[in-house]
Design a protein. Sequence first.
Length: 106
Amino acid sequence: MKKLILGLLLGGAFLLNSCGENKNTDVVDSGTYQGIAEEVEVDEKEIYVRTADDKLVELYFTEETKLMTSDGQTTTFDALKENGKVEITVEKQGNKNVPVSVKILK
């Protein structure tokens, strides 16, 4: 009986974990792109940007990522807003994009 209950609990945990949102993101070539910040995850320092050519780019900020306002002033991550226009400069590293800089556009 204990094995049955344990099995059900583990199975339920696996099912709940696998039900999370699974975004189909794209890896783009190194370069600069403009788009919309569709999702901003402040706690994770992560954004999803929809580019002008309809690619969804997932970006995890690093200590080296520069975040700027439209006039080039340094700003903090919480200045990013969902559905806001951004210009991203990314470096393709293997199968992921690393943000070099993100500029919040007006």
